[in-house]
Design a protein around this ligand. Sequence first.
Ligand code: ADP
Length: 591
Amino acid sequence: MKKIQTQVLTIFMVLFIIFGGCISFFSTRLMQSYANESQQEDLIEQSKLMLSNFNGVADTVQGFPDLKREALKVKKYTNQRITLIDLAGTVIYDSSVDDAPLENHRNRKEVQAILKGESQGTATRKSESTNDTLYYVTQPIVDQAGQVIGILRLAKPLAEMNQLNGQIRQSILVFSVLALFLTGGITFLIAKYIAKPIEEVMDVAKDLSNKQYETRFSGNGYGEVTKLGETINELAESLEDQMQEIAQNKERINELINHLVIGVMQLDEQGNIQIVNPAMCQIFEMDSNDLLGRSYLEATKSYGLSHLIEKAYRKKEIQNKEIYFYFPAERIVDANVVPITGKTKAETNLIVLLYDITEIRRLEKVRTDFVTNASHELRTPVTALKGFSETLLDGAMEDKAILKQFLEIMLEESTRLDLLVNDILELSKLEQKQVPIAYEEVVVKEAVLSTFKLVKQKAEHKQITLNLLEEDTVKIEGDKDRLKQILANLIDNAVIYTQAGGTITVTLKKTKEHALITVRDNGMGIPEDEINRIFERFYRVDKGRSRNSGGTGLGLSIVKYLVENFNGTIAVRSKVGLGTTFTITFPLHHL
Ligand code: ADP
């Protein structure tokens, strides 16, 4: 703020001092010389005036006493030094030295001028008699006949004349100093008036460059500066709007990136991470704060990805590849690396997009495995049917006993085939969520009892006891038939995998929010390392027993899907030789 004001003031003061100084100097000189001249002229005039008192007073040189008398008279009326000199240079009278004899003045410049016939003589000199510097004026004194008989000399100390010069100098100095202060003050105020709005506009511009877009010019200015201020205000408004828009867009983009399931990160020219989204953090299993600013080499920990990024930097072309991650977790990602322009055109930044396709690939594998397993499972009964029917046609049907035995086997195999096909179809329908589910109130106890009826014969055959332990009356909202299907599968398995004489207990319980159904048997159990696999399709722990009992290996897969359709979960605990417990948890509300 002070800068312009100070500059204007300084420039003005300097100019004022230079010009004022010059004017003062020359005017002082002029006035001094004018004062000197006028004093000198005054002295000459005085001498001329005085001369009238002397001219014609004496006829001859002898008349000098008369002149001296006149001089003494005149002296009373003037304070000038009066000297009367005869033509020989002898001083007849001198008002400043009284009667003391003075040396001959013949050679004095002013006396010489008169002796040479000039009408007047002047000189400035240090007086030997008074020791002052004096200004001398001489006039010729004439007798009645007009003959020069002597010289009148008036002298005035130069100091006296200079006194006036001093006064002039002093006055001009005082005037100059006063003028300097006055104009300085006025200039200060004017500079302030000029500088203030300019400084304000500058401050606004500075604020804008410091990203303070809400700043505005107050409008207190003049002429062009006000217009400049208004333009700056318009600029500030437009900048503020633009910045708001940019901030909004940035926020939207951030929201979008943060909610993308695809991992996104931006790398700068040096390969350091500038932007990273939560999906990317999840893939690297690192916090965004740890990733930001870090080099991609440290962050990715994958040779494949690092290589792809490095290739994109080098070729400046989009790179795409399916990459296997072994660390921190085994993952398959579809990586896209897109080069973009950085802050300057020469800089290359990269956008790295990682789409985690581990689950897609796993499901694809599950599906191909399923097709392979299903074909394999189907082939067994089909081969048997084909083999037996061919054997019969080859003549074995002539033997009634063999025919009956073969037909019984063929019936068994076709039943198995039917079961398999049904289970496969059921599973595929469940997978595609094509199974219609009714929502009704289901009393779980009733569902358990009707399932007991289904397996009763099989259980009695193995002398297996079926128990229902109803700790709470449990009612859930869901599809009754689907619940029966779940229970039938679990209880049927329990009967199959429990030795004769065993016990199967179904317990019904509820907590505040959940219904718990457990199916416990004291059968053969499942080895610990296989527990997690029993829900896989076609997975059987005891292949022989499962197949003999008509199991397809798909029962628990179907159960799992059905439970999930109820928004429930299924868990299993088992100990080989001691038994197995399946626990199903259904939410009591919001089914
Ligand atoms: P399956 O049709 O062969 O019974 P499931 O999918 O129903 O097929 O069961 C998968 C495997 O889990 C079975 O082959 C069996 O080995 C094991 N299993 C299931 N239930 C029990 C149980 N209650 N006790 C012991 N093993 C069981």
